[in-house]
Design a protein around this ligand. Structure first.
Ligand SMILES: Nc1ncnc2c1ncn2[C@@H]1O[C@H](COP(=O)(O)OP(=O)(O)OP(=O)(O)O)[C@@H](O)[C@H]1O
Ligand SMILES: [Mg+2]
Length: 557
């Protein structure tokens, strides 16, 4: 394992996932299992070794028990040999047979003891046993000698009542030999005991050493395990928890990076994949909401456009309705008003003639009556003029399209109204482009348009100003005609209404001037628009196509 987990994930900063593929993955579980197995085998081997040691101590102890028994047996032989010497002496001194029997019994006992001892020692594979057997056989030899000499000695003593000191001394020598031999055997035993005790001590101290080493290595292993566990398991999990916390607060760019090839690495990898997917979903969601917003905007725009178009169409329809109504009104006006008005006019002329021919009337009264008739005449003509204008607009007279010079028409119209402009202290400025071609339009209708627009402009400049007129050819074979003034301007809330018939802010106005202009311009296939700022002035822009064919147009509007 060589992990070095770090967390990267500042907003907008994307870290790369550095996980290894699953093929080379070392399992953390395998590591833990190996660690546990090593620890377990360590404990088992140390425990097993200790048990083995204890077993050896126990074995050693039981062999010591055997040695003690042998010591006891050998010591017994030693005592018996001593008692044998005593019994022989007693017999020689007291000549009592009970001592001779006792000596013989002791000899027999010792013989059987040596036989048993040899048997016992021969069954053991101990190196010391061979020596012991050798020594016991020497004891047997000495016993044999004693047995062979003691019986004749006892007979001699019983029969002759004599004591052969040399024989007694020889017997004692054998008995002392036996004592020496038993001492040597016991020496071997004592060496064996001391070896056994020493061995037990060694085994015990090795158990203690092992225990000590095991305790130290156990503490060390726990420490190492604690450090490894902390570094390779707890810290990566802490880092992951930290990253998860950041992810949950909305930082989807967070990534964890590690070269860890264990399950922790797999976990990191899964976390990164999850964060990647979440980020993708969020991006898709944002894209979707953006496209939705865009679609909503587009639809809103389309709806607004449709609404505007509908509004314009409605306005146009209203205007057309009004115009149609006007057409009907104009017929009856012509019939109902113009006819009696004509008759009134003719009768006024007749009245004037008769008043002038009538002699019974004084000159002053005739003059006065003539003046009244003139006023009535003038007013009748004015009403007739208004009616003509109204009927002209309402009748939608066809256009008479002929090739004309627009600049010339503009100049002539400007001349026509120059006097009126002067009266209102208005200066005329013409800026007419030489590149404006001749093209088909109704010169009278366009003149009428210009007059209407010029008069409106002059009316708006009560304290004088500048009335500027420009012409120029523009793209799409159109001519642009601009009429601007430095008058009062039009308020924003009424600028949409100025092309409606009968809309007027002038006390003497009918509100038909601009609708007539719009009707004529649109009748030519053109467009009119207006922009204005209160206190600065108004500009009307007319676009007229140059490619309208000449001829008389029917129903241009
Ligand atoms: N150049 C302008 N400056 C300021 N206001 C204007 C201008 N042209 C038009 N208007 C406004 O538009 C209204 C409508 O104009 P329009 O020519 O249709 O009718 P009118 O001049 O009032 O009457 P008429 O029928 O005699 O022309 C005017 O009453 C005026 O308020
Ligand atoms: Mg007008």
């Amino acid at each position: 394992m060589s992990p070095c987990p770090d967390i990267r994930g500042e907003k907008g900063k994307r870290s790369m996932v550095t996980m290894s593929s699953g093929k080379t993955k070392k399992s953390l579980r395998t590591f833990m299992l190996a660690f546990s197995l090593v620890s377990f085998s360590g404990v088992i081997s140390v425990g097993g070794y200790s048990i083995y040691m204890v077993h050896r101590i126990v074995k050693e102890t039981s062999s010591l028990k055997e040695v003690s028994k042998s010591i006891f047996t050998v010591d017994n032989m030693h005592n018996k040999s001593y008692n044998l010497v005593l019994a022989i002496h007693h017999f020689i001194i007291n000549r009592d047979n009970k001592y001779s029997r006792r000596a013989i019994n002791l000899l027999n006992d010792m013989e059987s003891d040596t036989i048993n001892y040899i048997k016992h020692e021969e069954s053991s594979s101990d190196a010391g046993s061979i020596e012991e057997v050798r020594l016991v056989r020497l004891i047997q030899d000495n016993l044999g000698e004693i047995k062979r000499n003691v019986i004749p000695l006892f007979d001699d003593v019983s029969r002759n009542k004599t004591r052969d000191v040399r024989k007694i001394i020889a017997l004692e020598k054998y008995a002392y030999n036996i004592e020496k031999l038993t001492n040597e055997i016991n020496k071997i035993h004592l060496v064996g005991i001391s070896d056994g005790v020493e061995m037990s001590h060694r085994l015990l101290s090795s158990i203690f050493t092992l225990f000590f080493v095991l305790s130290i290595s156990g503490i060390f292993s726990i420490y190492i395990f604690y450090r490894l566990h902390g570094r390779y398991i707890i810290k990566p999990i802490d880092d992951l928890a930290d990253a998860t916390r950041k992810l949950s607060t909305g930082d989807l760019s967070i990534r964890v990076s590690s070269n860890d090839k264990t399950e922790i690495g797999t976990l990191y990898n899964s976390f990164n994949i999850m964060a990647e997917r979440l980020q993708d979903y969020e991006k898709k969601l944002i894209d979707f909401s953006r496209s939705l917003e865009q679609k909503v905007n587009e639809r809103t725009h389309e709806l607004k456009y449709a609404y505007d178009t509908l509004k314009k169409t409605q306005e146009k329809l209203l205007r057309l309705e009004k115009i149609a109504a006007l057409g009907q009104i104009s017929a009856s006006v012509n019939h109902e008003i113009k006819t009696p008005l004509n008759s009134l006019y003719m009768n006024l002329q007749l009245l004037k003639k008769q008043v002038n021919q009538f002699d019974g009337v004084s000159l002053d009264r005739r003059k006065y009556t003539n003046e009244i008739i003139d006023i009535m005449d003038k007013e009748t003509l004015r009403i007739s003029g208004i009616l003509d204008e109204f009927v002209r607009y309402a009748r939608l007279a066809p256009l008479n399209m002929e090739e004309n010079d627009l600049n010339k028409i503009v100049s002539e119209t400007a001349d026509m109204i120059s006097q009126r402009a002067e009266q209102s202290d208005v200066r005329l400025q013409l800026n007419l482009s030489d590149t404006v071609p001749l093209f088909s339009f109704d010169d009278k209708k366009i003149t009428q348009c210009l007059i209407n627009l010029f008069i409106n402009a002059i009316n708006s400049m009560g304290n004088g100003g500048i009335l500027a007129v420009e012409t120029e050819p523009v793209e799409n074979s159109m001519i642009r005609l601009i009429i601007s003034d430095t008058g009062t301007g039009i308020k924003e809330d009424i600028i949409d209404k100025i092309f409606q018939p009968f809309f007027s802010k002038n006390k003497d106005g009918l509100g038909l001037g601009l609708p007539i202009v719009q009707g004529i311009v649109e009748g030519h296939g053109g467009k009119i628009s207006c922009r204005s700022k209160v206190g600065e002035g108004t500009t009307f822009e007319i676009l007229l196509p140059t490619d309208m064919p000449p001829g008389k147009e029917e129903d241009q509007q």
